[in-house]
Design a protein around this ligand. Sequence first.
Ligand SMILES: C[S@@+](CC[C@H](N)C(=O)[O-])C[C@H]1O[C@@H](n2cnc3c(N)ncnc32)[C@H](O)[C@@H]1O
Length: 423
Amino acid sequence: MKELLKDEYDDYLDSFNKKSYKGLRVNTNKININDFLNIFPFELKPIPWTSDGFYYEDDEVSKHPLFYAGAYYIQEPSAMLPGELLPIEENDLVLDACAAPGGKSLKILNKLNNTGILLSNDISASRANALLRNIERQGYSNYFVSVSDLKDLEKKYPKTFDKILLDAPCSGEGMFRKEPSLIKSWQEKGNDYYSDIQKELIVSALNMLKDGGCLLYSTCTFDKKEDEDIIEYALNKFDDLKVLPIKIYEGFKQGKNNLGVKLFPHLIEGEGHYACLIQKGETIKEDSHKELINKPDLDFLKLINKDFYNGEFKIINDNLYFVPFFDTKGIRILRSGLLLGEIKKNSFKPAQSLAMSLNKDEFRNIINLNYNDAIRYLKGETLYTNIENNDYYLICYNYLPLGFSKTNNKQIKNLIDKGWIKR
Ligand SMILES: C[S@@+](CC[C@H](N)C(=O)[O-])C[C@H]1O[C@@H](n2cnc3c(N)ncnc32)[C@H](O)[C@@H]1O
């Protein structure tokens, strides 16, 4: 670090005595930024390099009903940069190659705006489970979660994706302040261990990128062996790559030889990151089409006013899914698309993930709760209403869905997934 930072080395060391910064990113698929700022009860300050990220201080932020409504995701501020930089367009087919626990996948899904497909992958099954929960909580339907070594995906998907995010495993030098336990792992493994892995990963990822596609490579570490050297390695290996310019915000540093940007904790309000955007060949974007898919003939689904496109409804082990058209044969898939609910004999039990994927206009009946009742609902309590009608209702807070319920003789039978809040 001394070699890299020269005169700034003492400032860098000093930054370890300062607090780490906490950030949240608004889920713009659910709520626009102005509406969010109008209802959010805690103080926020914009994160300059994002369109939807804010600093916060209050620990209650992660316990508020709006968090459980998927209105925002908690993410380290500098880790918001890669998702911001990858130029996702609607209808893109996107791979998040090393995705768990998923903060960057959520940003990609926001940018896709309910179009296209995201394949969100991680080699670790336990981490991929956390990834799936995060995606479900934020309520998307156009995604697959796979558990694969990138090398195996590479065989299945040559030149397939329009955009790829490779947020590579790294020695985590930008995490030392927030998670000091990583220092020990750095001492054990060092930079070379990761550098070898990253070289393999970037080659696999680039082989899966379509001509004209873009790849964003990022790490939360500073050593050039894991950052600029990996880009140089890729540039030498492929003859049709170019590094694209990145906007320099206050405190950002250009990477060595202008390869990407570096965020350091003594220069920006965040922990630190490296990001570099690469384009392969020239852009050729095929026209996309939107094929409307009919919902199965189930009474419950008639309450839903949401259109489903470019996929099919599938029943797997008594569960009903909406699965976007995308070939995943031979890949270990943890989740294909949206889980709508369980079909047992003639009854349908709607899933929590279905509730999270809807907006207030997409379900026939809604009940909008105040703060205290929203907290009681999230705790699984039964509530009361003067609604006479016995039917399914989508329970909302600030018109954002929290889960389903069934009214019965003025009682609101709570159908929230019991494990949902604890998970
Ligand atoms: C830096 S973390 C990703 C963080 C994530 N992008 C986010 O924003 O939440 C790197 C991830 O790469 C995964 N990984 C490591 N080797 C891999 C491989 N060969 N193929 C796929 N994933 C891999 C790790 O399990 C880890 O979850």
